[in-house]
Design a protein around this ligand. Structure first.
Ligand code: BGP
Length: 469
């Protein structure tokens, strides 16, 4: 069957500064959290690869922009590396060399017909701010972020029309602060919730600034946040599983989506934190700022749904509270899986969340800011000419696009799809293990870029305005 591209629908790809740029030009003391994570334990990173070189985008961005044009990519989302861009994290003074780099990247994208989409933090919190203030645990860091955001709007606001405050803001607090599996390896639920709250507050402050600030030219664009909201399905219709799904939705979706889009935290959230002895520092004046400054757009990253059931074992009150006390989302037997990543593949999840946005979030304009399939050892799929025959990726994208476009037909306000990602890049700890790109990075061949079969498929889809599936 043929599927036609909806009108004014943006097709492109996503990446992040720290996952592509490499450390060229970075000065001592300019580490981001992920840079610090790599320096702290490089042996934990697959085959020792990490952000140090990544895809070398810093030196090769012109080549990459030309390749985007050749593939028909119409929008490219990346981030600014806060730790690189700002010279003095407390005053917001800009590092001129870095500013020039980001300005040139934006110009190069535009020159190649690619809409630049900029995210202000894809986990590139300066490690300095973590060490000095405790990172997002501190209100001081919210203020540093606002100064950074102002500098970024000032530099690029005349050319960038789509801004995002954070990428998947929940991930670092969850994995680094609450569950202790990522650097800085903490296990403190209260602190993780404080990080989450301050990122919501920082978002509202950046939105306000973006809407109000006058830099001598009109900003005229839109600003939002990128969430990896949990798309939650209860395992059964039992009262316990339904309640478990509700709690998962609350802690992995609504603690961001509700305040950022609708202006208010879910009523039960603070009560639950109170009940479990981990209430955070919240001020009435801050809640008023959040209420008054909802985002214009939402970015949604979607890879996999959550199948949730109630826990069978009782919670041990002697152990620190963790929201997972309320739900269990593992055990995925019998589902269609991506074995490399261990994630279920369920394209309809995109449609289902589109309907949630339509019905519960005022049909906010939104864009898929990540969606894709990370596959290990893709070399085994090379044909004799050396082109990776990634039919699995083509099927993955096609299936997700058709569900997405069905949602658009039914009134969802989705205006685009950005694939994760354009070229293969570095993942946290997995580094280059699972490859996601339309374009291969040939590590063994000087990081040569080579278009995969999916890249050619994408190119054809863009020029035909449709695909068969
Ligand atoms: C998202 C992140 C990306 C990217 C992607 C793939 O959560 O925003 O930065 O890495 O997931 O996941 P992974 O790299 O862990 O395989």
């Amino acid at each position: 069957m043929k599927y036609y591209l909806p009108k004014n629908f943006m097709l492109g790809a996503s990446a992040a500064a720290w996952q592509t740029e490499g450390w060229t030009g970075k000065k001592p003391g300019q580490d981001s959290l992920l840079d610090a994570a790599y320096k702290y334990s490089p042996e934990r990173w697959h085959e020792g690869y990490g952000p140090a070189v990544a895809t070398d985008f810093y030196n090769r961005y012109k080549e990459d922009c030309a390749l985007m044009k050749a593939l028909g990519i119409k929008a490219y989302r990346t981030s600014i590396d806060w730790s690189r861009f700002i010279q003095n994290y407390e005053t917001g003074e800009v590092n001129e060399e870095a500013a020039q780099f980001y300005s040139k990247v934006v110009d190069e994208l535009i020159k190649n017909g690619v809409e630049p989409i900029i995210c202000l933090e894809h986990w590139e919190l300066p490690n300095y701010l973590y060490e000095k203030y405790g990172g997002w645990n501190s209100k001081q860091v919210v203020e540093c972020y606002v100064k950074y955001a102002a500098a970024a709007f000032k530099l690029l606001g005349d050319r960038v029309r789509y801004w995002f405050t954070f990428n998947e803001p929940i991930v670092f607090p969850l994995l680094g602060i609450m569950e202790g599996v990522w650097y800085p390896y903490k296990a403190d639920t209260r602190e993780a919730m404080q990080w989450n709250y301050h990122k919501v507050l920082a978002t509202a402050k950046a939105v306000k600034l973006y809407h109000e600030q006058d830099y001598g030219y009109k900003q005229g664009g839109k600003i939002g946040i990128i969430l990896n909201s949990a798309v939650v399905y209860p395992r059964s219709q039992s009262a316990d599983d339904l309640q478990a799904a509700k709690m998962c939705d609350l802690f992995e979706n609504r603690i961001y989506a509700d305040p950022c889009i609708n202006g208010e935290f879910p009523a039960e959230y603070f009560a639950l934190l109170e009940q479990h002895g981990c209430m955070i520092d919240v001020e009435a004046a801050e809640l008023a700022i959040i209420k008054a400054n909802p985002v214009d757009v939402l970015g949604f990253n979607y890879y996999t749904p959550k199948r949730v059931k109630a826990r069978t074992a009782a919670w041990n009150p002697a152990v620190k509270f963790n929201p997972r006390y309320y739900y269990d989302d593992y055990e995925l037997q019998g589902r269609k899986m991506n074995p490399s990543r261990g994630w279920e593949i369920y394209a309809k999840g995109l449609y289902d969340y589109a309907m949630v946005l339509k019905n519960e979030y005022n049909n906010i304009p939104w864009i898929v800011t990540e969606n894709g399939m990370g596959v290990a050892e893709e070399n085994r799929y090379k044909d004799t000419a050396g082109v990776i025959q990634d039919d699995y990726r083509i099927n993955y994208v096609a299936d997700h696009l058709r569900w997405l476009w069905k949602a658009v037909e039914e009134g969802s306000n989705c205006f685009g799809h950005l694939m994760w990602n354009f070229t293969d890049n570095v993942s946290p700890y997995n580094a280059f293990k699972n490859r996601y790109g339309y374009v291969e990075i040939e590590l063994e061949n000087n990081r040569n870029r080579r278009i995969k079969k999916s890249g050619y498929w994408f190119q054809k889809m863009v020029s035909d305005g449709c695909f068969d599936f």
